[in-house]
Design a protein around this ligand. Sequence first.
Ligand code: ASN
Ligand code: ZN
Length: 326
Amino acid sequence: VSPAQGTGVRVDGSEAKLDVNKEADGSYTLVDSTRPMYAGTGGQIRTYDAQRKSYKLVAGGPVTDDIPLATSATSRFDDANTASGAVDAHINAAKVYEFYKDRIGRDGIDGKGGSIHSVVNVASNGQDYANAFWDGDKMVYGHMKGVPLSVALDVVGHEMTHGVTEHSAGLVYLNQSGALNEAISDYFGNAMETADKGVAMSDPDSGLVGEYLCNGTKSPRECALRDLNDGRNAQKDYKPITLDIDNGGVHANSTIVGGALWDIRKNLDPQLADRIVYRAAQDYLTPLSGFTDMRNAVTLAAKSLKVSENDLAVIGKAFDGHGIER
Ligand code: ASN
Ligand code: ZN
């Protein structure tokens, strides 16, 4: 490999340094071999452009030859690479990697320095595919109202955290365990975004998920998909519901737990909260854990980190306040 320094133009028009690779033919690709994982494992951050192929062609399994790496004739990635969301996906994947490495001590999605793959610019039968997901192997992103979903660090952090969860607690994506899986992804995605943007936890907008995907047509609050500050809680009484869609309602019920976790982050030292939630998910959850298990897991994780009685009381109050009993 020939690591090189490039420049990327993001969807918002700003320019940023990009870690890229210079290929033998003189072109450049969105392959980042500069992270610490590369030294140890050869793992890379690689960003592919599906060029609006249907996502069904790429879901599951490794990235194949018919989906090319995002490529540029020069080390400047703009125009098509901006519009596809490739530049933002590449930058945000590196930010998520750094957050997990520096703040949590985890080396990538698999925890072993394995490569991190993103596929941007997928479509669904020629129409915008207005979602993003972790397909068991990689992140996949479409466009929402013309905006690539990879522009949002909370979305990228959410999807990558699905990969982390798959490689650890293995929470089954159904009913309460699925809602927990969602809550953990929302928590870390939003934690990364508030840290990156310097948003105070006391800001009422700190809990908004996906608030930058509306092309400026709506306020962040109106645009958001969910709000961990209980503003868009489908379940006002914090009672989980069972839906026939959405794997039993994993995105409807997730804010019950996500709201409790966000309260903990607001009322403890945020970095301590991140370590507690991470340790809970790593060490104290199993594939079919539910909401009560999460309360117990967070409590046990906090105790193992020797937090104060006062901090334990904050944790108890956060779960009490969301109807999650021990
Ligand atoms: N964006 C959604 C998520 O990651 C896609 C899905 O329903 N799995 O939760
Ligand atoms: Zn999710």
